[in-house]
Ligand binder design. Structure first.
Ligand code: M6R
Length: 365
């Protein structure tokens, strides 16, 4: 069932243009250029004073990206925590407020417990899940499915990009309901969303270069991932992906935090993977890259041609991504991030589909 691919993970990475397209078709009214959620939701985005998000692992990072989207596009304050913390912290939650849980399997014990806690507080619960028959899908008051199809590789790839797709559609719908988005801006966002599957397919064409780069990464003992804005959670996701399948120690940081500690680690032996589409805060990230370069750090830039030219830095490599609306960048940039981890692990001879000590679905805490 792996088709022409050596591993499920490779197959699932390459399936993304198709499954993200399918997920989009479910949430976007293409004819009218509007997001159209297929189900009526049992709450009103207009009256929410806050959105609480809980999830684990990669799903949590999808939630972190969504925090930026809900806050900027819908002006909706978001509180987010990993489910294992949220469930025991027992945060005060408003009656009739909204908790959003995100889970590929729909069976993650901590995520389920945080969903049950939210319900016990009288919250509405909305679940972004990939397995429609799962416990979380059954227990949530509403479900917005990701249509990624079965994900077999332990490292989550296509479920993640589909989670991002659904979450961006939700944020746009919330933005419209709350009067935070003009019709014109919504249309521009939908236009950008529609281009995503094609842009992801384009991103997979960088695979040959990434394979070469992976040989460099495989020699490292530690790898740093940096990003700002929505690229910050993408840095966290990149580091998680690399550590879980290659067993190389990797850390993701908000680029602005570099000076507050991690810069002490920088030398020629530490590859620094910078995720930086040419967005409004790109210049800030360039300053951080200069700080890295000044200390002999070897930068791998995942960015676009415009950004690479503007940065004018001597990088070890630049993985050139297509031009895009920065709002949709996380969905497209997921591809090179996953491919770097995949090829590094394959080059090192690791079992990428079944990494040691990990289970696909964590049903015990
Ligand atoms: O099934 P879930 O989305 O609830 O799983 C959450 C995490 O266990 C999962 O994302 C994990 O971090 C993956 N192995 C990441 O690749």
């Amino acid at each position: 069932e792996k088709g022409n691919h050596r591993h499920f993970m490779a197959k699932e990475i390459h399936e993304q243009p198709e499954v993200v397209g399918r997920t989009l078709a479910h949430y976007v009214d293409l004819a009218n250029g509007r997001v159209a959620l297929p189900e009526t939701l049992p709450f009103d985005f207009r009256t929410l004073s806050r959105l609480s998000i809980t999830a684990c692992g990669t799903a949590y990072y999808a939630g972190l990206v969504a925090k930026y989207w809900f806050e900027t596009l819908a002006r909706l304050p978001v509180e987010i925590d990993v489910a294992s913390e949220a469930r025991y912290r027992e945060p005060p939650l408003d009656r009739d407020g909204l908790t959003l849980v995100i889970s590929q399997s729909g069976e993650t014990a901590d995520t389920l417990a945080s969903l049950r806690y939210a319900k016990s507080q009288g919250q509405h619960t909305l679940a972004v899940v990939n397995v429609p028959t799962s416990t979380i899908a059954r227990e949530a008051s509403a479900v917005v499915p990701t249509l990624a199809g079965p994900e077999i590789g332990v490292a989550s790839t296509k479920a993640f990009s589909c989670q991002l797709t659904v979450l961006l559609c939700l944020a746009i719908a919330a933005g419209r309901a709350r009067g935070a988005l003009s019709a014109e801006r919504e249309r521009a966002l939908v236009d950008a969303l529609i281009t995503v599957p094609g842009l992801m397919a384009e991103a997979t064409k960088r695979e040959g270069e990434i394979e070469g780069l992976a040989r460099e990464v495989s020699k490292a003992r530690d790898v740093l991932y940096l990003g700002r804005g929505t690229s910050y959670p993408m840095a966290l996701e990149g580091a998680l992906k690399l550590k879980e399948i290659s067993y190389i120690h990797a850390e993701g940081y908000a680029a602005g935090e570099l000076k507050h500690g991690p810069i002490a680690l920088i030398d020629e032996s530490v590859p620094v993977i910078v995720i930086a589409p040419h967005d409004a805060i790109f210049e800030k990230t360039v300053s951080n890259m200069q700080e890295v370069a000044a200390r002999g750090g070897r930068i791998i830039l995942i960015g676009d041609a415009k950004g690479a030219a503007a940065a004018g830095l001597d990088t070890l490599a630049t993985v050139t991504m297509p031009d895009l609306d920065p709002v949709v960048a996380p969905i497209v940039y997921a591809v090179p991030i996953q491919l770097i981890a995949y090829h590094t692990a394959v080059f090192m001879g690791k079992d990428v589909d079944q990494p040691r000590n990990l289970a696909k679905s964590v049903t015990v805490e």
